[in-house]
Design a protein around this ligand. Structure first.
Ligand code: FNR
Length: 413
């Protein structure tokens, strides 16, 4: 309502209120490598296109004359109180598109009251991001390290900062085939971007120290080489300077990170160990197969995120929205199922909820707001999505989220 009124009164927003224009402006505000990384997808981009095409195949069928003057968008999700069915997705190495990306996003989350899922590959340690958020809920996302000590350490830190849930991302045990990044030779982690979550970790520092000790005893000249590489990294990439300062030795940190950040052997057995390792609700992110969804709940996890990582991992993967329909059917109405990948507007959120999502995560849209206008940009993107969702609810005769039911959408002929 406020957004509408501002528009009527001729006040211009900081970021465009429609996604195509938001995307155009964000691209203009970004470097080529930053844009390739954030906007890019796997392979020929088919999964990204599938994600969007799936939304185009559904249409909303509104009801009239329901007589509601107000709406309630709140929902309790695994003990986390949401004021709207939206969370900010974990986005790694965000510094590539905006300085202090995680910190500005954390502040925007706090200003809007929308929960933020901290990425494992952030440029800001989770303790600092949490400190910027007051009481606003935060969840913590993990990639499963090959070092189980690091997994435990990250879990303990997540508990210490009051995380509402632990989100384990399953779809990125290896990085996808991403031609845009590969063509520019710009894989962010190799430059030490997005590893502050690690370099601020005691267990990780211990691993780096061991690596340095081993290298130095084998080849004493290594230490001098390491110092030279520190200088060259900081000269070429000032954005990573802080990361480097936090780390005991930057090159050794980057190498240690690349060795241990994810475990290609990850299996259900690893997930099963979580019960004894944390009291936090566990959410598995990246599930698209109905049988995996069933297995997750059979194992006792609290929730899942139906997601194909925004189309960044496999080319020509099933659209997340199509996967959501199949997954919801498989797990029944009571299981907690979130969804992301392709949400671009409030109408999209409505459609996803009608097709069985309990809440959705926003990825690129808020990153684009960040690229254009920093914290304020993120706040506006969030406000716009929520405003359009509320308006869509109003115009479909829906008063609360539970009333966004399956009969309110049909497949386009
Ligand atoms: C991601 N995503 C992601 N997911 C995750 O679990 N950990 C991470 O560190 C990242 N990093 C990341 C970086 C960038 C640049 C993007 C765009 C995405 C995936 C993210 O959480 C989410 O699943 C998708 O972004 C959702 O799709 P849309 O909204 O971008 O289409």
């Amino acid at each position: 309502n406020d957004i509408y009124r501002a528009g009527v009164l001729g006040r211009r927003p900081a970021v465009p209120t429609d996604f195509p224009e938001l995307e155009r402006r964000a691209r203009k505000a970004s470097t080529a490598t930053g844009w390739a990384y954030v906007a890019g997808g796997a392979g020929q981009g088919r999964t990204m296109r599938n994600n969007r095409a799936a939304f185009d195949r559904w249409a909303i069928v509104p009801r009239m004359l329901r007589g509601h003057a107000t709406r309630n968008l709140s929902r309790n999700l695994l003990g986390t109180e949401l004021t709207a069915p939206i969370l900010l997705a974990p986005v790694g190495a965000g510094q590539l598109i905006a300085p202090d990306a995680d910190l500005h996003t954390a502040r925007a989350a706090a200003a809007t009251g929308v929960p933020y899922v901290f990425t494992n590959q952030g440029g800001t340690p989770m303790e600092e991001a949490a400190a910027a958020m007051g009481d606003t809920p935060r969840w913590v996302q993990l990639y499963w390290s090959t070092d189980e000590g690091l997994v435990d350490s990250l879990i303990q830190r997540a508990e210490a900062i009051g995380a509402g849930a632990l989100v384990i991302t399953l779809d990125t045990t290896l990085l996808g085939w991403r031609p845009q990044d590969l063509n520019l030779g710009s894989l962010p982690f190799a430059r030490g971007l997005g590893i502050a979550q690690y370099t601020s970790d005691p267990r990780f520092r211990q691993l780096v120290a061991e690596r340095i000790r081993r290298a130095a005893s084998a080849r004493p000249e290594v230490t001098l080489g390491a110092i030279k590489s520190l200088l060259s990294i900081t000269r070429n990439h000032p954005g990573s300077f802080l990361d480097n300062l936090r780390s005991p030795e930057p090159r050794a940190s980057v190498e240690t990170f690349l060795d241990i950040y994810s475990n290609p052997r990850l299996s259900w057995d690893h997930i099963a160990t979580l019960r004894d390792r944390t009291r936090l609700p566990v959410v598995l992110k990246g599930i698209v197969h109905p049988d995996d969804a069933k297995q997750a709940f059979a194992l006792g996890v609290e929730g899942i995120v139906v997601s194909n990582h925004g189309g960044r991992q496999i080319d020509s993967s099933i659209a997340a929205l199509d996967a959501l329909v199949r997954v919801r059917e498989a797990v029944g109405p009571d299981a907690t199922v979130l969804m992301d990948s392709g949400i671009r507007s409030g109408a999209d959120v409505f459609t996803a909820l009608a097709l069985g999502a309990d809440a959705v995560l926003l990825g690129r849209p808020y990153m684009y707001g960040l690229a254009i206008a920093g914290q304020r940009g993120v706040e506006e993107v969030i406000a716009n999505v929520i405003a359009e969702l509320e308006l869509t609810m109003a115009l479909t005769g829906v008063q609360n989220l539970a009333e966004i039911t399956r009969d309110l959408v049909v497949r386009n002929p």
